[in-house]
Design a protein around this ligand. Sequence first.
Ligand code: TYD
Length: 211
Amino acid sequence: MKIHPIIIAVEGIDGAGKSTQIPRIAQWFREHGQRVSLSCEPTHGPIGMKIRTAEVRWPPDVERQLFVDDRKEHIETCLKPALDRGEIAITDRYFYSSIAYQGTRLDAFDHTPTQRELEDLQDQIYQQHLTFAPEAAILIYIRLAVDVALERMKSSREGLDPFENRQNLERVAHAFERIITRHPCPITADASLPPDQVTARIWEQLDALFG
Ligand code: TYD
């Protein structure tokens, strides 16, 4: 089996268990004779750290640009060099997160943004990324139901309005579903299963793709 160097993006709403699954995805590729590069967004570079350490959220347009600038650096200094070395570049989040998260953050001033307005914004973010970011060859989406995500986050999210929290998560999850239906090669797994079964589901789909 010949596997070419590719970018693999792993996505999911917070609490989906990406960090448990990513080393196991890497393991699959190593067991198939590939060298793997692991990285994440936000990065741990200067812009990524500015995002990570912010105490309040930036205005939507500033936040969106920060993720774009961080990603440009990630692509140039990490993802492209990994591909040039012949590696499988696995990234914990990629521009799909900008579509899903920044694409559900719209100040419509006098009204709650409509689904149509949000989808237009998401399409615009996608088009912007196509000008500089290579599409991930495989998009692994670990799907977590919003109810379960809220349960898992309960302790860490105290103090936030539960309705806003749920509504926002539902929008993000919906945006991810839309991204998945449009991606040329999505792999999905149900995050409510025990972690070993989530891994098995992902490995099965990798077997089917490369077997
Ligand atoms: P996360 O993967 O949870 O990082 P960590 O587990 O290291 O804290 O990502 C942090 C947050 O950043 C997450 O809530 C999603 C958000 N995010 C965006 O809003 N847009 C983006 O483009 C990216 C990459 C992340």
